[in-house]
Design a binder for this molecule. Structure first.
Ligand SMILES: Cc1cc2nc3c(=O)[nH]c(=O)nc-3n(C[C@H](O)[C@H](O)[C@H](O)COP(=O)(O)O)c2cc1C
Length: 195
């Protein structure tokens, strides 16, 4: 089954990165709905290492502000929500719950630090992408950001949990008045091989 063209437009072809935000709040219900969609995106051994911090209050935005690059600061302060897309390096502690089919799975990672680190980052990043696509599904616009100091964010927000920040995503309803033209994408021939 193929989904309809309008849905593909909403999720990808017409989904733009937003840099200006309308002053419209995003409810707890919408964020819960967003998570309850993105959580179904697949991860290896169902490990689900991503953790999401939804920053909405002025107070929490102020805590985030010093870590942001100057180009990302004003738009992040204006966004109704900024998500810290993070991951738990000790994601494997939850494998007995998440992957009951194989009780040995936790040992794959406790016995191999490098595999655990790669798995956490790879799958946590995938889940960040699922979040961006799911956001469009619940009617939100997005603006991804990697221009910030991860160590500062981790010290401010994750000193106790040990989670690590990956990237940030502004969420809300975009003000498209000054949206720049869309940057081009690579063609199929440039980006793909058919073997
Ligand atoms: C992981 C990630 C990090 C990004 N980092 C930044 C950033 O720090 N600052 C910024 O202004 N835009 C950032 N962007 C936005 C990209 O530049 C934008 O998505 C890209 O140019 C495509 O634009 P479009 O989504 O409107 O087609 C980021 C996007 C992603 C997905």
């Amino acid at each position: 089954m193929t989904i309809d063209a309008a849905t593909i437009d909403a999720l990808f072809r017409e989904a733009r990165t937003q840099n200006k935000w309308k002053d419209e709040p995003v409810s707890d219900e919408t964020l819960t709905e967003l998570y309850d969609i993105l959580k179904f995106g697949p991860t290896s051994a169902n490990c689900s290492p991503a953790r999401f911090v939804f920053i909405r209050s002025k107070d929490a935005k102020q805590r985030l502000s010093p870590a942001l690059s100057s180009g990302n600061r004003d738009k992040t302060m204006a966004a109704p929500v900024t998500v810290i897309v993070a991951y738990d390096p000790k994601f494997y502690d939850k494998l007995p719950q998440l992957f009951p089919a194989n009780p040995d799975a936790v040992k794959w990672f406790t016995s191999n630090e490098s595999l655990a680190a790669t798995t956490a980052f790879r799958n946590g990043t995938l889940q960040g992408a699922y979040l961006m696509t799911a956001a469009h599904m619940v009617g939100l616009d997005v603006g991804g950001m990697s221009g910030f100091d991860n160590a500062k964010v981790d010290a401010e927000f994750f000193a106790y949990s040990g989670w690590r920040s990956n990237f940030l995503v502004n969420l809300g309803h975009g003000d498209t008045a000054d949206l720049p033209p869309r940057p081009p994408r690579l063609s199929f021939d440039e980006a793909c091989l058919l073997l």
